[in-house]
Design a binder for this molecule. Structure first.
Ligand SMILES: Cc1ncc(COP(=O)(O)O)c(C=O)c1O
Length: 413
């Protein structure tokens, strides 16, 4: 242990709470609990389970079956991404969000996990503070610690653990960000839209307030758009703001959730030119270049599917699948359990109030019912007595959604 780095010796004691619980649900542990692993219903996975676009699959196979194209996939791409890929992404952002950006505002990366890490290194120094909501994505604290040892994390409240409401008082959120910015002087404010774990979207007026506060303070405002194609409400106008107009805005985009590309690692970041140049410098040392095969396939697919409208149709169909899964999850919770839960604006999750320490509730429910939830505390103190319930992996097996809630409801009764 002593021969490992200081940061690892510190962080190895604080593993990701979600990974820990997923380990608890591993086959051997389930067998040790006397349960049948095939009978376990997991609401734990933060992943999507719909089919990729059929035309994208064909494009991959065309590239692989063309020796010249396949040879090209084995070459390095430019560090900031292939120029046609960047052009296609500008068109994508224009089509999906009405965002006005040029290739100078985009860098392509290996994943949003990697671009987030490299972004932290690009904009933060030891001692600087990152401001995130309570609750928020459970990976941010660890990511920040590894990227910039000595950087600090602070949170602003967006959720009322008593009433179980998201953004019950929008003025209060803006006020708390104003106070945090003047007291702590954070380098950046970061939040996912829609959020993981609540699947809520911060209202336009709150984000306008935060954008003004951060701009005046010279801080960055970072949007993590990992779930932006799973949307059950009208997208707020800030999805389409441009760093050409507001220089402090940064958008993190991921290939993972829109076309079930979680393992086909690819991402892009939208920002002002100086941030893009900084990211290029660090990517020279972290990834050298993003994946060439995925860029080639994605470029062809986007060029074709934006032009003929099939991308928008595909995304609409996929969105409908998640909207249905979300609705069935809420209905099943209400009917069989009856605990308070959030109403997703998009994304893959709802959070349910269990009114007891969720770190104890989750293993107890798993042992007795074979149903897995994720304890909320890892997302922030506001969710200590809540669980995250994911319908993402169950989108293609909807019947299991109700079965799991029925089992838990019977046990709790
Ligand atoms: C909010 C958020 N951002 C980023 C990621 C990771 O994205 P990627 O697969 O591009 O690394 C996740 C994964 O669940 C997430 O929930």
């Amino acid at each position: 242990m002593e021969r490992l780095s200081g940061i690892i010796r510190e962080q190895i004691k604080k593993p990701s709470p979600i990974r820990q619980i997923m380990k608890m649900a591993a086959r051997e542990n389930i067998l040790a609990m006397g349960l049948d692993p095939d009978d376990v219903i997991s609401y734990g996975g933060g992943w999507v389970n719909h089919p990729a676009p059929p035309r994208l699959i064909e494009i991959y196979s065309e590239i692989i079956n063309d020796p010249e194209a396949f040879h090209t996939t084995g070459g390095y791409s430019p560090t900031p991404g292939m120029p046609p890929m960047k052009d296609a992404l500008c068109k994508l952002e224009g089509t999906l969000a009405g965002q006005d950006i040029g290739p100078e505002n985009i860098i392509v990366g290996q994943s949003s996990t990697q671009t987030t890490h490299d972004l932290f290194v690009s904009i933060m120094d030891p001692g600087d503070t990152l401001l995130i909501p309570d609750p928020s994505y459970a990976n941010y604290p660890g990511q920040l610690s590894f990227a910039v040892p000595g950087a600090k994390l602070a949170r602003f409240p967006v959720f009322d653990p008593e009433s179980w409401e998201f953004a019950p008082d929008t003025d209060a959120i803006i006020e708390s960000v104003k106070t945090a910015v003047s007291e702590l002087g954070p380098k950046a404010v970061l939040f996912p839209a829609p959020d993981n774990p609540t699947s809520k979207v911060l209202p336009q007026e709150v984000v306008e307030g935060i954008a003004d506060i951060t701009e005046d303070a010279g801080a960055f405002l970072i949007f993590d758009m990992a779930y932006r194609t799973q949307m059950f409400v009208d997208p707020p106008a800030y999805y389409g703001w441009s760093p050409r107009e507001r220089e402090n805005l940064i958008y993190l985009h991921s290939n993972s959730k829109w076309g079930r590309g979680l393992g086909r690692r690819l991402a892009w970041l939208v920002a002002s030119n100086d941030v893009i140049d900084a990211m290029e410098r660090i990517q020279q040392c972290t990834i050298l270049c993003p994946d060439t095969l995925h860029q080639m396939a994605m470029t062809s697919y986007l060029e074709e599917s934006i032009e003929d409208g099939s991308l928008v149709n595909y995304l609409r169909e996929v969105n409908e699948m998640y909207r249905t899964a979300a609705r069935m999850t809420l209905q099943a919770i209400d009917e069989h359990i009856g605990y308070p839960r959030t109403d997703p604006d998009g994304g893959l999750y709802t959070v349910m109030k269990v009114s007891t320490d969720a770190d104890e509730f989750v293993p107890e429910v798993l042992k007795n019912t074979g149903v897995l939830f994720i304890p909320g505390g890892g997302f922030g103190p506001a969710l200590k007595e809540g669980v995250r319930i994911s319908y993402g992996p169950l989108v293609s097996s909807l019947e299991r959604i109700e079965e799991g809630m029925e089992r838990v409801g019977k046990h709790l009764a």
